[in-house]
Design a protein around this ligand. Structure first.
Ligand SMILES: [Zn+2]
Length: 171
């Protein structure tokens, strides 16, 4: 896990940039969401601002997701940039979050940034509500569905079907 002591870092400078490579084992996603099987590349830039820190993150990775239509697992390329403001936890005042504050995160410990957790959050946010292996995914292989229709498990359906077929012919 990568944690940055921002207080120490900003004692000697007012701008911090660094690149990191996170191993798949560093970033565990909830299994129902997807899986990371490759290294994640992260560029981070941090500036001290009033009330906290401004963070720019660039993340490159790949997430293995299950397509919501055909249920096949596919790799989704992730290439995203985000900007966030980090504030120290506040016990003195109640915190009201408005919509424009949604990209404000609070540090669990003063001036300590858990970069791994921040990257993990961004990756989770990048997973679509209904993942699709391709925009034109036609769903479960139609061949499989047809086979199922042609051989109903219950033989009574076959008899009913032939009765209807006869009726159609006689009309
Ligand atoms: Zn699909």
């Amino acid at each position: 896990m990568i944690t940055l002591n921002l207080k120490e870092i900003f004692e000697s400078r007012d701008n911090f940039s660094k690149s990191y490579i996170l191993k798949p084992s560093d970033i565990k996603l909830p299994s129902e969401l997807g899986e990371i099987k490759e290294e994640t590349f992260v560029n981070v830039n941090i500036r001290k601002v009033k009330g906290g820190y401004a963070i720019d993150l660039e993340i490159e990775s790949g997430i293995y997701l299950e397509c919501s239509r055909c249920l096949e697992v596919y790799r989704k390329e992730v290439e995203q940039s985000s900007a966030r403001k980090l504030e120290n936890p506040s016990h003195e005042r109640e915190i009201f979050l408005s919509e424009k504050d949604l990209n404000v995160s609070f540090m669990e410990e003063p001036d300590i940034l858990n970069l791994t957790e921040l990257v993990r959050e961004e990756l989770i946010l990048s997973v679509p509500m209904k993942p699709l292996c391709s925009p034109t995914c036609s769903g479960i292989n139609p061949g499989v569905v047809e086979d199922y229709k042609q051989s109903p498990a219950d033989p009574r359906f076959a008899i009913l079907k032939s009765l209807f077929a006869e009726k159609e012919v006689s009309e």
